[in-house]
Design a protein around this ligand. Sequence first.
Ligand code: AMP
Length: 289
Amino acid sequence: MQTVRTIEEVRSIVRSARLDGKGIGFVPTMGYLHRGHTSLVEHSKKLSGFQVMSIFVNRIQFNDAGDFSRYPRDLERDLAVARDCGVDLVFAPGDDEMYRDRRTFVDMELLTDHLCGAHRPGHFRGVFTVVSKLFNIVLPDVAVFGQKDIQQAVSLEKMVMDLDFPLKIVIAPTVREEDGLAMSSRNKHLDPDERRRSLCIIRSLRMAEGMIASGERSARKILSEVKKELSTGRPDKIDYASLVRYSDLQPADEISERSVLAVAAFFGPTRLIDNMIVEEREGKFSCVY
Ligand code: AMP
């Protein structure tokens, strides 16, 4: 595995891999790697011959300076994890390499109006900008993102379509701890009480799944029960519990053929998100979370 810090080195190594006839797979991360991240590499390996991972805590996507400075970092450990799961090239740039005199940003209408977009001003502009830059640096054939950050994944699919990036976005399922908590670098910040209370998130998704399986379709009724279940974990704040259409992430009154039920809540200063995709196939609804 090679580790580089400059754009020029990435371009030269990726060019050689391409000359060797390899397709390029790409997994962008902010590091502090866990099995959620490595599962993305596993997906990418099935689709391409040369695996690139970026590790970069992207300052411009943090709407809260405290969250940025607290964000966990451990590059040495990350490099060992990346090597073990078969990454060929890690790009770990410094701030100066990615952002010199930045005046250009990438932004999107509609899909960022709700969910995290409504609660984290500027967040998605920072994400779209850094991901566009990384796509232009790595020039991958396929880029893999996690369902855990569903608004990010769906809007990046839209960005790739709207701006004609010549690559395919793949969305991989959420990897969870044994008790159901979605893996996240931020879980490290949860104290034992917050960690216990955070399980109301997975309970609320399971409860919604049960209601949908029993035939309930009303967003109002499902979300009311989801919020009740969430409150049993005494979150310090619920940012949202919403049902949106998958296609444009706009609020839906009813479960339709493809919807997303998404939640975000604080436990102490730590904000956790989770979601499930509800899909109709041959008249039956299945929930993927
Ligand atoms: P991050 O390092 O948190 O910016 O995440 C980098 C990528 O890993 C994003 O595509 C995330 O959606 C994905 N990811 C984070 N946590 C998980 C998880 N528990 N399961 C699957 N993918 C994840």
